[in-house]
Design a binder for this molecule. Structure first.
Ligand code: JE8
Length: 242
């Protein structure tokens, strides 16, 4: 899978060098290229923004650098992947469709995703129209119902959620199976050794004895029950309408 990110803050994406995703990149499972949008400006100040037409607060991202950026990134991507390659272009946007686990599963099967990170008040609307006219597949996607300052943090979260589902990236294939089993429910509580733990306040805190019983059917039933109870209490919206 190839992922391109276009941003005015390339350093924001530095964490993608680390940990799971960093290893996936080194092993060639994922090719990730971060681009500085200002490369595609032509003035001394490398201007990417201007005031909103019609007035109003803040600044709007100008269309010209974006159009040039997409042309260059499409050419580079097709050089690597072949002329057949069709990217999905994702614009993180607080007014977009919510990003959920199902989105991550679908996008993990894509050959190529281009993330376009807006800043300021957002991007000139004609960029979306132009890309759609050029035949790009576009997705406006929200990380959640709160306000960020730009798309970069959304790209970090979305990339981690997508790349960990690419075959071979998460070593323990069982942990992904577990996730799909418990689909739609919150996870059950976890315990490890010592089974009897004396906390710093002197209290004896025991793990649930069922987990030491060796009875795998009873353990599975207990975990299912805990997951249901937790979901009902914390996330009733996840349960089917009663
Ligand atoms: C963004 C964003 C996602 C989420 C994404 C991209 C580009 C006051 N204004 C702030 C209102 C409009 C957006 C402005 C900042 N901004 C925010 C997000 C997002 N994905 N879940 N929340 N916020 C941009 C500019």
């Amino acid at each position: 899978m190839r992922i391109d990110v276009i941003t005015i803050f390339p350093d924001y994406l530095a964490p993608l060098e680390l940990s799971l995703i960093g290893r996936a990149r080194r092993e060639g499972l994922v090719e990730l290229v971060v681009h500085d949008l200002r490369v595609w400006t032509h003035d001394r100040h490398r201007t990417v923004d201007d005031s909103p037409l019609g007035g109003g607060a803040g600044m709007v991202m100008k269309p010209e650098p974006w159009a040039e950026a997409f042309e260059a990134v499409r050419t580079a991507g097709r050089e690597q992947l072949g002329e057949h390659a069709q990217p999905l272009v994702v614009f993180p946007n607080p007014a977009g469709t919510p990003f959920v686990q199902d989105t991550a599963a679908q996008w993990s099967q894509r050959e190529w995703i281009i993330f376009a990170c807006g800043r300021y008040e957002g991007i000139d609307e004609r960029v979306y129209e132009h890309l759609a006219d050029q035949g790009y597949e576009l997705a406006l996607t929200s990380l959640g119902d709160y306000v960020l300052n730009g798309g970069e943090v959304a790209v970090l979260a979305i990339t981690e959620a997508v790349v960990r589902l690419v075959p071979g990236v998460v070593g323990n294939a069982e942990s992904l199976v577990e996730e799909s089993h418990s689909q739609g429910l919150l996870e059950y509580p976890l315990y490890t050794r010592p089974a009897s733990w004396t906390a710093p306040d002197g209290a004896l805190r025991e793990a649930p004895p069922v987990l030491l019983s060796g009875d795998h059917a009873r353990i599975a039933a207990w975990r299912r029950d805990q997951a249901m109870e937790r979901t009902a209490r914390r996330r009733p919206d996840l349960l089917p309408d009663p």
